[in-house]
Write a protein that binds this ligand. Structure first.
Ligand code: AHR
Length: 345
């Protein structure tokens, strides 16, 4: 049945107000966001936050994947410190890299009757049953950082970076740097995770335009430093190892591990082998200043303020956009020295 469309100015006014706020109080490396799906934008400031006080005394469950990278530690700190600022009783549980533990945690949040749940899901698949259970309990779920492949009605909103765009930016930078000719070793993130899938896709889109750019080996390093180092060591020892001209790592921690492996193999990272990665954490800036990392694409982890803004709005009965995209930028070795002092994570 076709319904007559109804129009209200309220969402447009709200979106304009939020956009203005976001533009005004944006700090040096705090994230700005825009939304998809025709709804309002929100601000994910690295500093500031604090909310209106409406969440004081509320209980919120936060299920974190683990602490595999500096990025994730920064995200956990952002959520925990924002909860404290707002007087939220936060139940923050680290799943130590296990999706099963995350699911068990979510079930326990339902049993405890939390007011809302913030979930950073490890992988894209496997969430439907538990999300349905949470929905039956009428608890809103705010997804942060990674998306899931589940029906949209099973969660309230997703606040995340555009991982495809990040991969594309990395690929475009490398294409420019190498004039479209390069043998690449790829260090993938956790298998089945949205950023691993999407960063591979985006990078592929960029290098696909250059027939001289080839990924000659690719393997997961599970988004952590030791994984990146081990895989890179194996790559370098393989028969094609001497042909590697660049490393594309899906995150900085794996790139930093790869840099160690390249040095131990007697080569100069950043010169003999170019290194490009994603996250823009402090360690990546240190490596760029030392000339060992060539480029990093930002993925802002300071999602606490936006996550709790979303909790506050949904508990107040407001409808949220299904996705809010964190805007990221790219940093090269040449810019690193000037920017490093302004980094917040
Ligand atoms: O989901 C975001 C990714 O997960 C970050 O790039 C990575 O460092 C983290 O572990």
């Amino acid at each position: 049945m076709l319904r007559k469309p109804t129009f209200s100015l309220a969402p447009i006014v709200a979106a304009l107000c939020l956009l203005t706020l976001s533009a005004c109080d944006r700090g040096n490396d705090s994230a700005s966001t825009s939304s998809s799906g025709g709804a309002s934008a929100a601000s994910t400031q690295g500093a500031g936050g604090g909310g209106s006080g409406a969440l004081r005394g509320k209980t919120v469950g936060f299920s974190q994947i683990g602490a595999e990278s500096a990025w994730r530690t920064a995200e956990t700190q952002s959520i925990e410190s924002e909860a404290q600022k707002r007087g939220v009783n936060l139940k923050s549980v680290d799943a130590q890299g296990s999706q099963e533990k995350q699911i068990a945690t979510l079930k326990s949040f339902v049993t405890q009757g939390v007011d809302a749940i913030i979930l950073a899901p490890k992988t894209e698949n496997g969430w439907d049953p538990v999300l349905r259970e949470i929905k039956r309990a009428n608890i809103p779920v705010i997804l942060v950082d990674r998306g899931v492949s589940a029906p949209e009605e099973l969660y309230t909103t997703l606040i995340a970076s555009d991982f495809v765009a990040e991969g594309r930016m990395a690929g475009e930078w490398l294409a420019k740097k190498t004039n479209g000719k390069c043998n690449i070793a790829e260090l993938q993130g956790t298998t089945g995770a949205a950023p691993a899938n999407d960063r591979r896709t985006g990078f592929g889109q960029a290098i696909g335009k250059h027939p001289g750019m080839k990924i000659i080996m690719s393997q997961t390093g599970d988004f952590n430093r030791s994984g990146g180092k081990q895989v890179m060591e194996a790559f370098l020892k393989s028969p094609q190892g001497k042909d590697i001209q660049a490393v594309y790592a899906h995150n900085d921690d794996m790139a930093l591990g790869a840099i160690q492996a390249i040095e131990e193999a007697g080569k100069k990272p950043g010169q003999d082998v170019l290194v490009v990665s994603i996250d823009a954490v402090r360690g990546a800036f240190d490596a760029m200043v030392e000339g060992k990392l060539n480029c990093t694409v930002e993925c802002n982890p300071l999602l606490g303020p936006a996550a709790f803004d979303a909790v506050e709005k949904t508990l107040a009965g407001q409808t949220l956009p299904k996705k809010t995209i964190v805007q990221d930028q790219i940093f090269t070795q040449e810019q690193a020295k000037d920017v490093i002092g302004t980094r917040k994570y």
